[in-house]
Design a protein around this ligand. Structure first.
Ligand code: PRP
Length: 219
């Protein structure tokens, strides 16, 4: 075993709840602080293994892994689609973090047939996916990049449409919006730095295998 810990990047937020039991079942046992949301620490040791977990923003997980700062990561397929890093290998769909990436518009806007438009303005965290999706429909999307609270944009006249993640649909409803198109179904993937997979193949391959077996059993 190499002396340097194997670094796994984990996204902050909702996904942690679904990830914690999976980690336990594959033998990744973080120190207690990892489960404390109030904790300001960003890197966590694991009991009985040479693994270190880092907690980062979901959009930053592929960056840490692509540049080799982390060897492995847990990333949403939305983020992977948006950045399209070539240095990553995504061997497993972890079947957690299910949601949709969707187009939404004000509830009172009658016309839901976007194909009639030639141009539209969209507030989103996903400008690349959004431009590509609308370009394929022959629509030029002018994207206004926001990092959160997209749902405010239509009400305040920033953009009539938004592209964002939808899970229960409560956030859209609470902000007078409705989903009009699903761009993609989203779930979380295990991602690996390609170079690290070559240099530490036994350790990384072992972890992939443990997750694979867990998924085969139906988690
Ligand atoms: C996501 C997303 C929506 C919301 C949708 O944000 O950006 O705002 O969840 O979930 P719902 O359909 O169940 O209401 P999240 O709460 O993850 O926070 P973020 O804005 O920091 O991404």
């Amino acid at each position: 075993m190499s002396a340097q810990p194997l670094v796994i990047a984990v996204p902050k937020g909702r996904i942690q709840e679904e990830l914690a039991p999976m980690f336990r079942k594959v033998g990744i046992n973080p120190e207690d602080a990892f489960f404390d949301d109030a904790e300001r620490q960003l890197q966590f040791a694991c009991k009985d293994s040479n693994i270190s977990l880092i907690r980062v923003r979901s959009f930053d997980v592929p960056t840490f892994v692509a540049f080799g700062a982390a060897h492995i990561g847990i990333a949403g397929s939305d983020v992977l689609m948006e950045f399209d890093y070539q240095d990553l290998y995504a061997p497993l769909n972890l079947d957690i973090g299910h949601c949709r990436l969707s187009v939404a518009q004000p509830e009172d806007l009658k016309d839901t047939d976007l194909s009639q438009l030639s141009h539209l303005r969209v507030a989103t965290k996903y400008p690349n996916i959004t431009r590509k999706y609308f370009a394929e429909l022959g629509i030029q999307a002018e994207c206004i990049k926001l990092n959160g609270a997209m749902e405010l944009a239509p009400k305040l006249g920033l953009a009539r449409h938004i592209v964002d993640l939808v899970s229960s649909g409560k956030t859209l409803k609470a902000n007078g919006l409705r989903e009009v198109k699903t761009i993609a179904d989203i779930s979380s993937r295990l991602i690996v730095n390609r170079a690290a997979f070559k240099t530490r193949s036994a350790e990384i391959g072992g972890i992939i295998e443990r997750f694979r077996q867990l998924l085969e059993k139906g988690a």
